[in-house]
Design a protein. Structure first.
Length: 127
């Protein structure tokens, strides 16, 4: 059965879990990071499920794959900013581990979906 809405996608649901974790941990960053690292990691995090949703909603396989690529780039940015936060000791190793695990899970799902869309005649058109 074809996916009718982005929110049915496991990758989107897991990306939303990642956003929740990002907000939970970044709320502990120092106040003077509010307009720099805090803002940066949150924007990158929100970009992941947003691009998955936008790509799926546009209705073409080509556009969906393109937006999944953007989502993956934002995911890499999240990982980089999480490492930046850990280097500054804004997050403990357990928090970093959780963020990296969630990120890895989302990354695998993004790549799997991209591969599936490329390899099969998916119900979405290639307009």
């Amino acid at each position: 059965m074809p996916i009718k809405k982005y929110s049915e996608l496991i990758v989107w649901q897991k990306a939303m879990d990642l956003v929740d974790a990002i907000y939970r941990y970044s709320s502990r960053f120092p106040r003077d990071e509010m307009y720099s690292l805090t803002n940066q990691i949150r924007k990158a995090g929100v970009s992941v499920p947003s691009n998955i949703a936008e790509g799926q909603a546009q209705g073409t396989t080509r556009s969906f794959i393109h937006h999944l690529g953007i989502a993956y780039g934002s995911l890499c940015e999240v990982e980089t900013q999480a490492c930046n936060a850990a280097r500054r000791r804004y997050v403990e190793s357990q928090a970093l581990d959780e963020l990296m695990k969630l990120s890895a899970d989302v990354g695998r799902l993004i790549h799997g979906l991209m591969r599936s869309l490329r390899d099969s005649r998916h119900p979405m058109s290639d307009r």
